[in-house]
Design a protein around this ligand. Structure first.
Ligand code: LLP
Length: 435
């Protein structure tokens, strides 16, 4: 659950791993992303330890789009995870962190020539191909090298998952992958891959969507994918070595979200795959999953300072914080509902109804609407929970806001992981005196 990362001290102040939010504010100012490193490590370990099988190798990739920085790549590597990267920028960050390129899987539906050249030259383990234009491009690049590149194909199993419209990816009209409903086309693609001695076809990838809270959706995906592999085997005599069933495991960000039992989910998922393989007399060399949000979301809070308290004529009462949609776009973009506390007044009852608004010039810049919270004063700190995923990674400089700092806390120690941006950072790419 999203509250597991903190405790409350005798003064009613929130602490993360024994460090009070007041101390963090003093040291790093606000807004501030605070990650509990023990939670990050425990989540990584939980996925790694429970996604194992006697019948096939397993691999857990951290989907780094959820929260991308060098420190998280270092942590993922230390915990034995591979990573999913989707742009040259993510590849660059991972390589700069010293992450082993062999354990990177490069996704994306429109990889540029430049990105593919980097991936191939830097020996990224596997490229997950989305379409045949990409195969042509990769073949062109490989012509001048001596590299044999591992390739997987992204497919769309057409599973409808119950999540927000924008984060569904496997509907039939989705832009991602090849529909498994048309195996002829996929076989054609594999044939073209295999006719190239520099390409090494390994298998298939799919990802049905994000923030999926029904475990059955993952079991159905696994069954559907094995069914598809069976068709390839029986009808086309084509055996597959690797299967990647993506990420998307749901997290709690509010009271209504039910915590998923990841251990049970992973064990059941492995069993579903094993049973389906046995029933169809099939085998796989390796099965891969790609959790992003489920590793990082609940591990962090965002700390804000309350700078304004306002009662409107219409009776809507606000708390104004020093960040907003620039550090958490999710309420505005997906109507995501977050939970918060006045982190400096944890002992008070939550009986003051407030709308928590950011500081940006936009009426949609609301973090939480009509929310019962402790009565706050100017200078109090507000903590929003479960902001570890897709908040910092989707942050922007709208209104020339500075991206916040990120700090990791573990066993009573805090470490700055990403500095707050400076005003100089904002203009560093601008040419002076052009006009
Ligand atoms: N693998 C692939 C191929 C993906 O496209 C994604 C997410 C993941 C793994 C990881 O999914 P996760 O375990 O994090 O749910 N910005 C949106 C989420 C977009 C997710 C895109 N792909 C949000 O804030 O909800």
């Amino acid at each position: 659950m999203y509250k597991d990362l903190m405790t409350i001290n005798k003064l009613g102040i929130m602490e993360i791993e024994g460090i009070s939010v007041k101390e963090l504010e003093k040291q790093y100012q606000t807004p501030l992303f605070v990650y509990n490193q023990n939670i990050l490590e425990n989540k990584m370990k939980l996925f790694k330890d429970n996604f194992t099988s006697r019948f096939f190798k397993t691999e857990v990739l951290y989907a780094s789009k959820a929260f991308c920085c060098q420190a998280i790549y270092n942590l993922a590597e230390k915990m034995g995870l591979g990573v999913d990267v989707v742009t040259g920028g993510e590849i660059h960050t991972a390589l700069s962190a010293g992450f082993n390129p062999e354990n990177m899987y490069f996704h994306g539906n429109n990889k540029s020539t430049e990105e593919l050249v980097i991936a191939i030259n830097r020996k990224i383990g596997c490229i997950v191909v989305d379409n045949d234009c990409e195969i042509k491009l990769i073949s062109e690049i490989l012509k001048d090298t001596n590299v044999r590149q591992k390739i997987m194909i992204r497919v769309n199993p057409g599973i409808e998952a119950h999540t927000h419209e924008y984060i569904k990816t496997a509907r039939l009209e989705s832009k991602f992958g090849y529909s498994t409903y048309n195996p002829d086309k996929i076989i054609e693609l594999i044939n073209s891959i295999e006719s190239n001695p520099y390409l090494d076809f390994k298998g298939f990838h799919c990802h049905i969507g994000s923030q999926i809270q029904d475990p059955q959706a993952f079991y159905n995906t696994a069954k559907e994918m094995i069914n598809f592999l069976k068709i390839l085997k029986n009808k086309y005599n084509r055996k597959t070595d690797w299967l990647n069933i993506g990420g998307g495991f749901g997290v709690t960000i509010n009271e209504e979200d039910e915590a998923m039992d990841y251990k049970l989910l992973l064990k059941t998922l492995v069993k579903v795959i094993e049973d389906a393989l046995i029933a169809n007399k099939m085998s796989l060399e390796k099965v891969i999953i790609e959790p992003g949000r489920s590793i990082v979301s609940e591990a962090a809070i965002t700390l804000y300072r309350i700078g304004g308290i306002k009662e409107t004529h219409a009776g809507k009462n606000y708390l104004f914080v020093d960040g907003g949609m620039t550090d958490n776009l999710r309420p505005a973009l997906y109507q995501a509902k977050y939970e918060a506390d006045i982190a400096t007044k944890m002992n008070l009852p939550k009986n003051d109804k407030r709308t928590i608004a950011g500081k940006l010039c936009e009426s949609g810049d609301i973090l939480i609407r009509d929310y019962q919270i402790q009565k706050a004063e100017i200078g109090d700190l507000l903590a929003i929970y479960s902001t570890g995923a897709y908040c910092y990674s989707m942050a922007s400089n709208y209104n020339r806001t500075l991206r916040p700092a990120v700090v990791f806390v573990k066993n009573g120690k805090h470490k700055l992981v990403i500095k707050r941006e400076s005003y100089e950072d904002l203009i560093k790419n601008e040419l002076k005196g052009v006009l």
